[in-house]
Design a protein around this ligand. Structure first.
Ligand code: T5A
Length: 225
C-alpha cells in the first residue's frame, strides 16, 4: 500500500481534539500533503447514522457491551469505506477518536471484557492501525467546561452527562494507554492555548513521521527525540 499515514487524536471531553484535528489537517495541507479529516463515531453515512443512535443514549439501556458492538460496527464501515482507501491512495488520514476511545470508555471504564474488545477490534480494523496517536490531556473540569461553553445550553450527550468520577477515570485510562504504547502514542499537554497546542502537535508530527518542515524533523533527530 502506500505513503499513507494514519494519525489519531484521543482524549476526554473538551480536550480540543476536533480543534486540533482541523488545525493539523490545515498545517499538513499547507505543506502540500493530501489530507482526509474524519471522526469517530462517524466518518461515513452509515457510521454517522450509528453515531446518532449511540450519542442520543438510545443504546445505553442495553449496556456497555452492546455499545461496544455498535462502535465496532460504525468503525468497520468507516475503515472499509473511507480510511483504508485513503491510506491506500497515499493520503494522510487525521481522525478525531479511534480504537483507544473504545478501550477507554467501553473497556477500562465500562468493564467490557478485553478479549471481546480484541475480537471486535480485529474485525473492525484488521491491519489498519494508527501510525501516531496524539493523546490530548487536560484536567476533566477544564475539558467539561470547554465542552459546555461550546454547546451553549444544548443538552449534554450520552457520555458528557456522566459525573466527575467517570471523567477522572477516563483521563486515567487514556494516560495508561499512552504509557503502555509509547512507540505509537504521544502525550500532549492540551491545557495551553490552541495555538501553542497546535505548534506542539506540528513538532511531534514532524519528529515522529517526518511530516513537516525539514528543519524541525532534523532538530529532533539530532536531539535523539
Ligand atoms: N466514544 C467514542 C466511546 O465511548 N467509544 C468510542 O469508541 C468512540 C469513538 C463522542 C463520544 O463518544 C464516546 C466518547 C465521546 O464521549 P463527540 O461528540 O465526538 O462524542 O465528542 P468528543 O469527542 O468528546 O469531543 P468534544 O466535542 O467534547 O471535544 P473536543 O473535540 O475534544 O474539543 P473541541 O475541539 O470541540 O473544543 C471544545 C471547546 O473548547 C475550545 C473550542 O473552541 C471549543 O469551544 N477549545 C479551547 N479552549 C481553550 N484552549 C484550548 N486549547 C482549546 N481548544 C479547544
Amino acid at each position: 500500500m502506500s505513503g499513507g499515514r494514519f494519525i489519531t487524536l484521543e482524549g476526554g471531553e473538551g480536550t480540543g481534539k476536533s480543534t486540533q484535528a482541523r488545525r493539523l489537517a490545515q498545517h499538513l495541507r499547507a505543506l502540500g500533503r493530501e489530507v482526509v479529516e474524519t471522526r469517530e463515531p462517524g466518518g461515513t453515512p452509515g457510521a454517522e447514522a450509528l453515531r446518532h443512535v449511540i450519542l442520543s443514549g438510545a443504546a445505553e439501556p442495553f449496556g456497555p457491551t452492546a455499545e461496544a458492538m455498535l462502535f465496532a460496527a460504525a468503525r468497520a464501515d468507516h475503515v472499509a469505506g473511507l480510511i483504508a482507501p485513503a491510506l491506500a491512495a497515499g493520503k494522510i488520514v487525521v481522525c478525531d477518536r479511534f480504537i483507544d476511545s473504545t478501550r477507554v470508555y467501553q473497556g477500562a471504564v465500562g468493564a467490557v471484557a478485553p478479549g471481546l474488545l480484541d475480537s471486535l477490534e480485529a474485525l473492525s480494523v484488521g491491519t489498519v492501525r494508527p501510525d501516531l496517536t496524539l493523546m490530548l490531556d487536560v484536567p476533566p473540569e477544564i475539558g467539561l467546561a470547554r465542552a459546555a461553553k461550546r454547546a451553549a445550553g444544548a443538552a449534554a450527550d450520552r457520555f458528557e452527562k456522566e459525573g466527575g468520577d467517570y471523567h477522572a477515570a477516563v483521563r486515567a485510562a487514556f494516560l495508561a494507554r499512552e504509557e503502555a504504547e509509547p512507540g505509537r502514542c504521544v502525550l500532549i499537554d492540551a491545557s495551553a492555548d490552541a495555538d501553542a497546542v497546535a505548534a506542539a502537535i506540528a513538532d511531534v508530527v514532524a519528529a515522529r513521521l517526518g511530516l513537516g518542515p525539514r528543519e524541525i524533523a532534523d532538530t529532533y533527530a539530532m536531539a535523539g527525540a
